[in-house]
Write a protein that binds this ligand. Structure first.
Ligand code: HEC
Length: 425
């Protein structure tokens, strides 16, 4: 697959990173066996001798969402030409994304392919496409190069991960490069978020850049400019009936922003730990040391790789909400209902949405297969650091947002709901 138009975008996203190293030991990104929900689906389809079925309107999208248990309520719409199938994307034909904890799917109207990014226990993010032409049979194809151009660029420090940005786009969806753009995660102030995205939901006086195009909406009645904040109906902007749902839910978008960066940090910590341990093994071999020999420098590198994960799992530097936010789809209620719950019916998926995203600032991604896939050394370090913070032994400023009660609640919830915690917990 060749995408000759990508050069200009790279200027904006960052140059291709250290992707070449990914193909060496211990990662071997392109040749190692994937282990994620999509590779499992691929195997299931093969062994059942079944195939995904295409529908006339959206191709393989509905069948894929169903097969991977991705909720329709997670639909998000992005209209900036920032991704692979840029010619298909614009304010009248936004790109739709759908996600759960393990996988995100991208769909463009009249698109050549569905784009899939799966969180993989060994390989960070693994990318797939499905050709939307029914004659091709709905086969999943793993992509080991074309997606990494952006997804493993320098903005992801060369590791295959997720992207989410806030940009300025014009009425064609083209970027207005002079205005720049920025990566978005849970630390980004609301006022800097969502440029290039449709956003349905309300947040009172909190302004954001969603639903805005540079130069204004040209087809709107000049006496009645289209509103861009607190938008709950996208009908004035484009033909919403062309999509599976009419929403681009504000709460879903905030959750994906947290999720993408958390997963990126887990992925990076996993790779960095494995690379450090591999180097240690090589050193030990070269110097005839026992395999258990561990240099202090290697241990420090692993600790250093894990700290960004700890901070993110605990929502360090999360942007404050100054008023309540409410989405428009069933996303929040469906997401919260998934638990797991402790004996007091508390769950890390319970939303706050008044001053912060979640009621208990500890990420639900601790339950994810991606987290479970961290090398044992990294997981042990993360558990130790979480325990130090939650028991109040570590009161450094990164964790000042956690009250005594927060720490206690999180500790109790994790003890009851997270299997595999170390004994000292
Ligand atoms: C030109 C750069 C570029 C290329 C190449 C690219 N993507 Fe992306 N992708 C993006 C950007 C930027 C986003 C963030 C959302 C947006 O702006 O549309 C994104 C988002 C996604 C998402 C949503 C999850 C996330 O990371 O936020 C999926 C899924 C995805 N891409 C899949 C793919 C697949 C599969 C390929 C290869 C077949 C691919 N992408 C190639 C730029 C790219």
């Amino acid at each position: 697959m060749r995408f000759p138009h990508l050069g200009l975008l790279l200027l904006h996203i960052g140059t291709s990173g250290t992707a070449a190293d990914l193909d060496r030991l211990p990662i071997q990104y392109a040749t190692a066996e994937p282990n994620n929900v999509v590779s499992k689906l691929e195997r299931r389809l093969k062994s059942d001798k079944t195939a995904l079925k295409a529908d006339d309107e959206h191709g393989y999208l509905p069948a894929l969402l169903k097969a991977l248990d991705v909720p329709l309520s997670s639909q998000l719409l992005v209209f900036s030409k920032t991704s692979l199938q840029r010619s298909r994307i614009g304010p009248k034909t936004p790109r739709a994304l759908y996600f759960n904890d393990d996988v995100t799917i991208g769909y463009c109207r009249q698109g050549d392919v569905l784009e899939i990014a799966a969180a993989d226990a060994n390989l960070g993010t693994v990318f797939y496409t499905i050709d939307q032409n029914p004659a091709k049979g709905g086969k999943l194809t793993r992509q080991t190069e074309s997606c990494l151009i952006c997804h493993a660029s320098s903005s992801n420090q060369g590791f295959p991960g997720y992207l989410i940005r806030s940009v300025s786009a014009d009425h064609t969806g083209e970027l207005v490069l002079s205005r720049g753009g920025k990566r978005v995660d849970h630390t980004t102030p609301i006022e800097d978020r969502w440029g290039g995205w449709y956003v349905t939901g309300t947040g009172g006086k909190q302004s954001h850049q969603g639903n805005q195009i540079v130069g204004g909406w040209s087809w709107a009645d000049p006496d009645k400019p289209l509103d861009t904040s607190n938008v709950t109906d996208l009908k004035p902007y484009f033909t919403v009936a062309n999509y599976l749902t009419p929403h681009s839910d504000l709460v879903a978008l905030m959750v994906l922003e947290h999720q993408n960066e958390t997963q990126n940090r887990i992925i990076r910590a996993g790779f960095q730990t494995r690379i450090a341990l591999h180097e240690q093994a090589e050193l030990n071999k070269a110097f005839g040391e026992p395999a258990t020999q561990r240099n202090e420098g290697i241990t420090r590198r692993i600790h250093w790789a894990c700290e960004p994960v700890v901070q993110y799992l605990l929502f360090s530097e999360e942007a404050k909400l100054t008023e309540a936010v409410v989405g428009t789809s069933a996303f929040a209620s469906e997401f919260a209902a998934r638990g797991p719950f402790d004996s007091q019916k508390r769950s890390l998926r319970e939303f706050d949405l008044k001053s912060r995203l979640f009621r208990y600032p500890m990420s639900y991604l601790i339950y994810s297969k991606l987290f479970e896939g961290l090398p044992a050394e990294a997981k042990e370090r993360v558990y130790l650091r979480l325990w130090e913070v939650l028991t109040g032994k570590d009161e450094s400023k990164e964790f000042h947002h956690l009250s005594k009660v927060d720490r206690q609640n999180i500790l109790e919830i994790l003890r009851e709901t997270k299997p595999g915690l170390p004994k000292y917990w």
